[in-house]
Design a protein around this ligand. Structure first.
Ligand code: 5RP
Length: 219
């Protein structure tokens, strides 16, 4: 089975977590796109969606779902999104698509975060995927120097601006053995908007698509 087929399986399984009349938080990326495609079949059952990116908002509007403003909805019951890397502790690296800040906002506003991945994303320890850090443009060099001092090797994501008008530094080599501590430490650097570690707000359920079907992982 291809990676895309595994993603589609996980995305389809996330539909089971939706209750009638809910407003659903929706993430960003190719796995989430499969979820959005699947949402089209149940759109009569939900009251609307809150999107974590302009790209997902466009896709959600195209299937006729009302895209709502988080400032008006208040807390959500459910958020569904993919990840670049995930552990059995349900801690994640996200932001491969550059939407990490808004993803973390919507995840934080949601009582349940269902993370949908194919099995290639599962790993024993976070760190094989370079950690995305969203930075205000004028602080790009300053933050890069601080990240180097912390043991990282930052690289500016080429030709990319986030929905918030910022840049992304993709950082290899950081010691992520304590993801919670590193998430806070990076976010204390002036100029950093947020980083792609989802440890303080990890997933509540991991749905892993594989050739054997969908494995559900919780803590
Ligand atoms: C976007 C993300 C995505 O969830 C992550 O990059 C996974 O993407 P894909 O589903 O395409 O593998 O964090 O910012």
């Amino acid at each position: 089975m291809s990676q895309d087929q595994q993603k589609r399986l996980a995305a389809q399984a996330a539909l089971d977590f939706i209750e009638s009349g809910e407003i659903v938080g929706v993430g960003t990326g190719s796995t989430t796109n499969f979820f959005i495609d699947a949402l089209a079949g149940v759109k009569g059952r939900i009251d609307g969606v809150v999107s974590s990116s302009e790209a997902s908002a466009d896709r959600l509007k195209a299937i006729g779902l009302p895209v709502l403003d988080l400032n008006r909805t208040g807390d959500l019951s459910l958020y569904v999104d993919g990840a670049d890397e995930a552990t059995a502790h349900l801690q994640l690296i996200k932001g491969g698509g550059g939407a990490l800040t808004c993803e973390k906002i919507v995840a934080s506003a949601s009582r349940r975060f269902i993370c949908i991945i194919d099995e290639s994303k599962l790993s024993d320890h976070l760190g094989s995927f370079p950690l995305p850090v969203e930075v205000i443009p004028m602080a790009q060099s300053l933050v890069a120097r601080k990240l180097i001092a912390m043991g990282g090797q930052p690289q500016l994501r080429a030709d990319f601006t986030t929905d918030n008008g910022n840049v992304i530094l993709d950082v290899r080599g950081l010691d992520l053995t304590d993801p919670l501590a590193m998430e806070s430490k990076i976010n204390l650097l002036p100029g950093v908007v947020d980083n792609g570690l989802f440890a303080a707000r990890r997933a509540d359920v991991l749905l892993v698509g594989s050739d054997a079907g969908v494995r559900q992982m919780t803590i």
